[in-house]
Design a protein around this ligand. Sequence first.
Ligand SMILES: [Zn+2]
Length: 243
Amino acid sequence: MIVRHFIKCKTCGHSHTLRIQVGHEPYQEHTFQCFECEEEIVVGMNCNPTTASVQIKEIQNCVFDSEEGTIINLSPEFPIPKEDLHRDHVFPSLHHVQAVSEMQRKLGVEAPKFSSFYEARAWALKQKGLNELWPIVKKGWSLTSKGKLDLAAETLKQYREGQYKEPHELRYVLFDFCCRILLPLKYHLFEDAAVHCQKITKNHISEFQRFRSFFKSRMATENLDRRAGLGKLDSDISGKAAL
Ligand SMILES: [Zn+2]
């Protein structure tokens, strides 16, 4: 879905028609340059999937306008081809969605089946984006590394509530979260690593156990902290990339 919103640049008064693709996150924010004076403009949008409605707010260097202006296409999830940046009546995400579906089909990823539109809609409303899942993972991770396991368990229970079949323990949740970041093209990295580990445990059992106890006693805590830092970095980067 694309919503249309009119704004005027506060610096030079140039009018813009924003065509904003509604993404999956409850809030999205976009930063772009004024078409005329090239000063930075920021708008935010709250999305309410239950009522299929949005509220757009002018955050920086712009005010609401009542007139059509230069078209600015914005998307929180997909890059927009240069030639489409200022074109009206285009749906730039369509090629990407088709490419993703095609790749899923090639990889044998099965789309969920629904018996009615309402069932599909109820399913879609329950889906959480990575930006919504990350705070749960981050808090569960932080509490686990501080040894507050009861609080960590309470937090991790909220991870994809009702949709997640594995134990709500940090290592399982982390595995699922990382897979979701890398789906569909890089999922094989996890599968290959799991197969590799299975082989090692069969063929080199004593060496593997030695490494396991070394890892647990000397490296596990530090690794957990370092990876939490990387997770934060990833999240910050992906948050900025989505702008
Ligand atoms: Zn301007």
